[in-house]
Design a protein around this ligand. Structure first.
Ligand code: FES
Length: 106
């Protein structure tokens, strides 16, 4: 299992154990992490699974694809560290990953 920590605006942390092969969004939904809406179910078509990847994890997570970047244009308060969590595949190298959940998705 791969440990992923979701941090809310107010600093609340929630640890989730994710099966490799799932996406970070799916891991969040399994544990009902607040703020990850994922309206399109992971099709990279809604931008409501937006998260901020903590700086020390950005290299391991990698950059967004072109399609993801286009969809990120619709997200709220997009930053350099923004990613759509449905486009991040959980793997052993992401064990310990920390992402922040935006204050809102739109
Ligand atoms: S769940 Fe819709 S873009 Fe990620």
């Amino acid at each position: 299992m791969v440990k992923i920590t979701f941090v809310q605006e107010d600093g609340t942390r929630q640890e989730v154990n994710a099966e490799p092969g799932l996406t970070v969004m799916e891991a969040a939904k399994t544990e009902d992490v607040p703020g990850i809406e994922a309206e399109c179910g992971g099709a990279c078509a809604c931008a409501t699974c937006h998260v901020y990847v903590e700086p020390e994890w950005r290299e391991a997570v990698g950059p967004p694809s072109e399609m993801e970047e286009d969809m990120l244009d619709f997200a709220f308060d997009v930053r350099e560290e923004s990613r759509l969590s449905c486009q991040i595949r959980v793997s052993d190298k992401l064990d310990g990953l920390v992402v922040k959940v935006p204050s809102k998705q739109f």
